[in-house]
Write a protein that binds this ligand. Structure first.
Ligand code: 0O2
Length: 252
C-alpha cells in the first residue's frame, strides 16, 4: 500500500545523490570547491536554464491552446473537427547543444534564444490537406502571432520525401518578469504525412545497414512518400465530393 512518503523519500535520495556527486567533485578539486560552494554554484547556474525551459514550455502551451480553440470553433460552425491530434515537445538539451555546435553558434543561453527557433515544437495533425492551410491561415491572422518563416514542404517536398507545413513564429508569453516573445516551430501535417515521417525517422537511426541497403531504403521511402501524397489527394477528393453532395441535397 502507498504510505504517502514516496515524494519525501525521492527527495532524500536525490539529496543523497547530489551530496555524493558534490563530495566526489570536492575530492577532485579539494582546494577550489567546497561542498556548500558546489551546491550553491549548481543552484545558481541551473536556475536560468530551468527558467528558459519553462518559458519554452509556456510558449508551446499558448500555441497548443490556440489550435484547440480553433478546433472547437470549427466543430461548432461546421460540425467537423479539422484537428486529429496535437503534440508538443521541448527540444532536449543534447539536441540543442548538437544543433548549436553543428551550425557553429556559440554555446550559451543567449545564443539558444537568438539562434534556435525550434526549441518549442508543436505538431498539429489533420485529416485533410485543405484543413492544414485553413488552420495555418486562421492561426497567423491572430494579431499576437508574428510569422518569422514559412516552409511549405507540402507544395515542395524535401528530397527525402518529407512533407509538412512549417511555421516559425514568435508568440508572447506573460511571466512574472513581464512579456517575452518566444520562438516556436509549428508543424502541420496530415495523418498520412505524420505516419511517413515517424516511420522514416525511426529507420534513419538504424545503424547496422550497408550503404547499398541505405540507398535501397531511401528509394523505397521516396516511393512511399509519393503513395502517401496520392492518398492525401484522393481522401481530399472523397471529402470534397461528399461535402458538395450534402450541400446540394440541402438546397433541394
Ligand atoms: P527533431 O527531433 O524534430 O527536433 P533549421 O531548423 O531551419 O535550422 P532544418 O533542420 O533543415 O534547419 O529545418 P527543417 O527542414 O524545417 O526541419 C525541421 C524539422 O522538420 C526537423 O527537426 C524534423 O522534425 C522535421 N523534418 C525535416 N526534414 C525531415 C525528414 O526528412 N524526415 C523527417 N522524419 N522529419 C524531418 P529536427 O531538428 O531535425 O529534429
Amino acid at each position: 500500500m502507498d504510505d504517502g512518503f514516496s515524494e519525501s523519500r525521492d527527495s532524500i535520495e536525490t539529496s543523497i545523490a547530489t551530496r555524493t556527486i558534490a563530495q566526489e567533485m570536492q575530492a577532485m578539486f579539494p582546494s577550489r570547491v567546497s561542498f556548500d560552494e558546489f551546491l550553491n554554484i549548481a543552484d545558481t547556474q541551473l536556475e536560468p536554464v530551468r527558467k528558459m525551459f519553462a518559458d519554452y514550455q509556456c510558449a508551446a502551451m499558448e500555441i497548443e491552446t490556440k489550435f484547440r480553440v480553433l478546433n472547437e470553433r470549427f466543430s461548432v460552425k461546421y460540425d467537423a473537427n479539422p484537428i486529429e491530434s496535437i503534440k508538443t515537445r521541448i527540444k532536449s538539451p543534447e539536441s540543442i547543444l548538437r544543433k548549436l555546435n553543428s551550425k557553429g553558434y556559440p554555446i550559451s543561453l543567449t545564443s539558444m534564444r537568438e539562434n534556435l527557433y525550434d526549441i518549442a515544437g508543436i505538431r498539429v495533425v489533420c485529416s485533410f490537406v485543405k484543413d492544414i492551410y485553413m488552420l495555418a491561415e486562421k492561426f497567423l491572422e491572430q494579431d499576437d502571432i508574428v510569422l518569422v518563416e514559412r516552409k511549405d514542404y507540402i507544395k515542395k517536398p524535401k528530397s527525402s520525401g518529407y512533407r509538412s507545413l512549417h511555421l516559425i513564429v514568435q508568440v508572447p508569453i506573460f511571466t512574472e518578469e513581464g512579456k517575452k516573445m518566444m520562438y516556436a516551430e509549428v508543424q502541420l501535417r496530415t495523418i498520412a504525412m505524420d505516419f511517413w515521417a515517424s516511420v522514416e525517422h525511426k529507420l534513419r537511426y538504424k545503424k547496422n545497414l550497408t550503404l547499398e541497403q541505405q540507398k535501397e531504403l531511401e528509394g523505397d521511402l521516396i516511393s512511399c512518400a509519393a503513395i502517401s501524397a496520392d492518398l492525401d489527394t484522393r481522401m481530399q477528393n472523397v471529402y470534397d465530393y461528399l461535402k458538395e453532395s450534402t450541400e446540394a441535397e440541402g438546397k433541394v
